[in-house]
Design a protein around this ligand. Structure first.
Ligand code: H76
Length: 471
């Protein structure tokens, strides 16, 4: 990680371009260039697989209002059913999740194989899962009263799982929130709002000292884009209160209201967080190799908070989701899988099934995910490669076994494959062309994605056995 100096920024803009492009001078743009290399960031990166939790008042109606089911995202019910703020906010007097057991949640996350968890401390509705001193609209004033955030942080940390805080800046409850700044009055109100949000963020960072990251959301409106200074101030404030803390790109806007990537196309924040309900495309989104990133994913098509009716869209199977975990790792990114507990604090059976099934695989094969990343080899049709940080062995994770049983591997120039093993089984390794091998896979029946570990010799020399075709 280097601090951007004018000379360096100029050198970057000159490299590889015939045209001389001067970088735009920015006060609130990216503060650093390239990936962070400090220990806290390395830990964030090595976690690879996380559990997202969306929990708030919206879990109580679960997408149903006055007997009518709204199929848009459950956490947006207030908006889709046009429920007045006072009516929605009074749901807090029904918030009493008797089944809530932070330790049981943390055990399930551990079983899933998650190394971190990101919890909605406050979603767009504005309700806070901690007893914030800056608003009464918080869990301390519900019948339940307990500090849910504190219980979760303690329980997850006890299981060795890092906890990050999701925070929506957009706030449907706060009277000073503005979508845009159109008058001096808006400007004054929104300043007050930014002060409030800053106080809450400082409160979170101070009162929950083991927090590892902040995941900002609801930052896309013009009001925020016109106040890029504030997004930088928040990033710097959080990092000074909690050194090492990791902040997502979604928070940030620069001097010109450009978001995620600044006007010089440099990533703001510590990792790109724009991959929502999709994975980056390895060839089109080339930045995956330049910057850290995380994709977040729902189980149904677009439900984050608890929704009673999961019959209206495709519900992803544990195998589909596991494939995404592996795919993300193979492209050097993190994968955050969402869970939406119900109004009583329990997880639906589909989510428990996912945790059990993915967890069973992770228990045996987590070593090809945690602390692993892009292996540097061309992707093949049977599945994905991952490589553990600094290791000479490469993992194959096979999802689609060809009928021939022959798994093609193309290595980077001069690398030699010495062996291929899956547990106790060793497979024949056949060199078939320059930098090209076939692994003879003999296990015919596959019941789960299979891991084959390749030992390689990176100091081997190419032979001149293979000639390029003359055409
Ligand atoms: C739109 C939107 C929000 N961003 C996702 C991560 C969910 O929190 C969804 O409600």
């Amino acid at each position: 990680m280097k601090h951007i100096t004018t000379t360096l920024a100029l050198a970057i803009s000159l490299a590889g371009t015939a045209q001389v492009k001067q970088p735009v001078p920015l006060k609130y743009g990216a503060q650093t260039t390239g990936k962070r290399t400090d220990e806290a960031m390395q830990k964030w990166r090595s976690n690879r697989f996380g559990q997202f939790i969306h929990w708030g008042l919206y879990a109580i109606p679960g997408g149903v209002w006055n007997g009518k089911t709204y199929n848009y995202a459950a956490e947006f019910l207030k908006s889709s059913a046009r429920i007045p703020t006072a009516t929605w906010d009074s749901l807090m007097y029904q918030f009493d999740p008797q089944q809530f057991d932070a330790r049981a949640w943390a055990k399930m996350a551990k079983q899933l194989g998650a190394k971190y968890m990101t919890i909605t401390t406050k979603h767009h509705e504005g309700f806070c899962l901690w007893p914030s001193q800056y608003t009464d609209f918080n869990v301390g004033n519900t019948p339940f009263r307990r500090d849910i955030l504190k219980e979760l942080v303690e329980a997850y940390n006890a299981e060795g799982i890092d906890v990050n805080f999701y925070y929506s800046v957009l706030d449907w409850h706060h009277p000073d929130w503005r979508y845009d700044i159109k008058s001096p009055e808006d400007s004054i109100a929104f300043r007050r709002f930014l002060g409030f949000a800053g106080n809450q963020l400082k409160e979170l960072a101070t009162n929950y000292p083991t927090v590892k990251g902040f995941w900002f959301d609801g930052t896309w409106d013009s009001s925020i884009k016109k106040n890029g200074w504030w997004t930088l101030e928040m990033e710097q404030m959080l990092k000074s209160v909690r050194p090492g803390v990791v902040v997502n790109s979604r928070l940030r806007a620069d001097d010109f209201g450009k978001r995620h990537f600044d006007s010089n196309n440099q990533l703001m924040g510590d990792y790109e967080s724009g991959y929502e309900r999709r994975l980056p495309n390895a060839t089109k989104d080339l930045q995956v190799t330049k910057w850290d990133w995380e994709a977040c994913m729902t189980v149904p098509e677009n439900q984050w908070g608890y929704h009673k009716d999961w019959t209206v869209s495709h519900v992803k199977s544990p195998l589909e989701l596991l494939e995404m975990v592996v795919h993300a790792t193979s492209m050097g990114g993190n994968f955050l899988l969402n869970f939406g507990p119900d109004g009583n604090g329990g997880f639906r059976k589909e989510e428990r099934h996912i945790a059990g099934t993915i967890g069973k695989w992770m228990e045996k094969n987590g070593h090809v995910i945690w602390n692993c990343g892009y292996a540097g080899w061309e992707k093949q049709d049977w599945g994905y490669f991952t490589r553990q940080n600094g290791s000479t062995s490469v993992n194959m994770i096979v999802f689609n076994r060809p009928v021939s049983g022959l798994l093609k591997v193309k290595v980077t120039n001069g690398v030699k494959i010495l062996s291929a093993r899956s547990g106790n089984a060793a497979f024949k390794v056949e060199e078939i062309a320059k930098n090209e091998y076939l692994i003879h896979h003999t296990i015919k029946k596959m019941t789960a994605p299979e891991v084959i570990v390749l030992e390689t010799d990176t100091s081997a020399q190419n032979t001149d056995r293979y000639q390029d075709a003359k055409t």
